[in-house]
Design a protein around this ligand. Sequence first.
Ligand SMILES: *Cc1c(COP(=O)(O)O)cnc(C)c1O
Length: 398
Amino acid sequence: MRLDKTINATLHRKEMLPFSRPSLGDEEIAEVVHSMKSGWITTGPKCHQFEEDVKHYVGAQHAIALTSATAGLHLALLTAGIGSGDEVITTSITFAATANMITLVGARPVFVDIGNDLNIRPDLIEAAISPRTKAIMPVHFAGYPCDMDRIIEIARRHNLTVIEDAAHAIGTEYRGRRIGSIGDITVFSFHPIKNITTGEGGMLVTDNAEFAEKVRLLKFHGIQKDAWKRYGAKEIPQYEILFPGFKYNLTDLQAALGIHQMKKLDRFIEQRTRYSELYTGLLNNAEGILLPELPLQKGTRHARHLYVILADIDRLSIDRDRFMAEMLEANIGIGLHFPAIHLQPYYQRTFGYARGMLPKAEFVSDRIFSLPLYPGMSEADVRDAASAVREIASKNMR
Ligand SMILES: *Cc1c(COP(=O)(O)O)cnc(C)c1O
């Protein structure tokens, strides 16, 4: 790809504006040091504390810290009994993990089209239900809540499990309830670009005690007790393997970050919201750009994980990839969240998906990209990124 067009010199930042940067402070650093000096660095008291904090924050009965949200989705599907020959309804505009985990437990991902808010359309779910359907896996895209009342109502009527991919949605509220207190199982991510981070990490929450028990076993070899309890000072080391499990337990070094990140979450979301609103003010009348429609009813909080825009390629002389290249040339970092899964080679080849099946997802997939959004950036950074978008769009109008 050629990167040869010159950008207006006034807009060209000298320093690259990163797409994302984690917001870690002295508290996180001190907590990690504390773990290291304590002699207990893997799953232990800090993971337990982090689980308690997330559980209370989201309003769930059980929380289990894991190595990633991908691990969480994997265990959620296994725990819900989903396997070979089953179908799981989800969205195509999501990260690889969502569909990959459905596929890796042996099930078929059934993609349903999205709406103007970029979330799965509840009114299309029912038509996608077959006798093999076992679960619905909604994704709260960018932290904007899916219409959970309608999704839960459909799921109850058809006896389906609702597993929420809430990788973007810690802190999201839907009709006065936090995400994590609604579906049967909810999974959060703490990857470095997400709203809070543990380096890598995830958390599965549920109100179902049987599910929680199963996930605790599956996350560590199918062995009954947590290691830090097994190695208690006066206990004879013993364990029983109830069934073969995985190695998905978070470490205390990581939970040390999580404990402090949780305390900062609301402030992070407030800052992300301010920057998102500034972006919208600067971009909503820009030519060559389309924005998602994200109405905020009373009781709704958008966690503002991503600020995405659509390049209006029908009116531009460049495609989305060229638009992103010009953003990078202007020293503005960008992200791609997400190209449609149903158009990925594996999914076309394996499940027979093809272009034309999900018109809105394809429209979005061809046009979408993400602008820098994180608490550590400045208002001037937001203005720089928005100016670059406007400039690139206006000089490339057809
Ligand atoms: C990031 C992400 C995941 C995976 O999270 P990890 O913690 O990196 O495994 C899953 N689903 C969506 C929608 C994501 O954006």
